[in-house]
Design a protein around this ligand. Structure first.
Ligand code: HEM
Length: 134
């Protein structure tokens, strides 16, 4: 089923953000080494991420993976990585897109990132300790 877009954006704009963002991820001091442990085929990774966003933003049935499971299973993705990821993503969005698109996509990424972070945190938290609700 195809859902209506959350905000107007072209597939080409999504592809360009993904390419710019992961080029910066590869050079990032903290995040670069984590990705290097997992991603060997960058064009394939970027194509998959672009399909993820085409589904999340445009409602296209382009992606059917399970990001929560992938991030939890990675083992070296830590809760504190999410703030770095989101800061770099926001910076890429504001430098590359008109304000409305950047703000809408940022809000969506923060919402998804919060869910993923809580999932990853679940695996690192000592049994019985309360979740961080920030
Ligand atoms: C809002 C934040 C994030 C989003 C939306 C996101 C999205 C995704 C998606 C869709 C995938 C592909 C999953 C699949 O294989 O189907 C992925 C893979 C991956 N993500 Fe994230 N991610 C986020 C944050 C992070 C953070 C903070 C890290 C920490 C370094 C990270 C590290 C990775 C790695 C290493 C993979 C590749 C796993 C593999 O192919 O084995 N991600 N991400």
């Amino acid at each position: 089923m195809t859902l209506p877009p959350r905000f107007p954006i072209t597939e080409d704009q999504i592809d360009r953000i993904v390419a710019t963002f992961y080029a910066r991820i590869r050079r990032h001091d903290i995040l670069g080494p984590v990705f290097a442990n997992h991603v060997t085929d960058w064009p394939e990774h970027e194509a998959k991420i672009a399909r993820f966003w085409r589904k999340a933003i445009l409602g296209q049935p382009a992606y059917d993976g399970n990001p929560m499971q992938v991030h939890r299973a990675a083992g070296d993705v830590k809760p504190e990585h999410f703030a770095h990821w989101l800061a770099l993503f926001d910076d890429t969005l504001t430098k590359s897109l008109p304000e409305h698109q950047a703000a809408s996509w940022s809000a969506l990424a923060h919402r998804i990132g919060r869910g993923l972070r809580l999932g990853v945190e679940e695996d690192t938290r000592p049994t019985g300790a309360p979740p961080s609700l920030r």
